[in-house]
Design a protein around this ligand. Sequence first.
Ligand code: TIU
Length: 227
Amino acid sequence: EPGVLTVEAKPYSFTFPMKTTALLVIDMQRDFICSGGFGEIQGGNLKAVQDSVAPTKALLNACRNAGLQIFHTREGQVPSLADCPSSKLIRQSASPANTQHLKVIGDKGEMGRLLVRGEFGHDIVDELQPLASEVVIDKPGKGSFWNTPILHRLKAQGITHLLVAGVTTECCFTTTIREANDRGFECCGILQCTAGYNAALATASLGMIYWSQGLFGFVAELQPVLD
Ligand code: TIU
């Protein structure tokens, strides 16, 4: 069928119509990837996530060249933190229950206030900056669908299938795939284009996506998708 592609994937090959497939790039923000950002301050190992930038750039270029629609997300709060649920703030704040984190959401870091919209650290890394024609979704939570317009934006464009990239695998990447799967989108995560701060959890998270004949979707390697 013209315009319909099939790539090798787990648990079995992933077939997607180019016209109704979007690339979704999750949270490739300085705060998660650069030193001195939120992720590193929280104890994140940056090497793996930094290594995912170049493959993600290759995927982004290929999808742009193929005319796919591109969606980017950014995790962050409004400056007042009014959209940050206490459950999120408390467990990442300097409370007696938390002796691990020295700085928390909204505190001033080297790249501005951590995970706050409008700050330098909140924005997407230089290599993956969105084009003016691409959609950017600002999300207050880990998933991309809670408290954002992404469902409506995807529906407005007739999107049925998602190629998913971004960080971190164990957090926002898989949360978003689970949310998207429940809303009827066929999702395929791209292995080399996602990474986490905890390798064991990242691997387990990817395994869970395609476990049991694709519980939440598919996982493909980058090269077959580029080909
Ligand atoms: N984007 C994303 O995954 N946000 C996180 O908070 N990740 C962590 O691993 N903490």
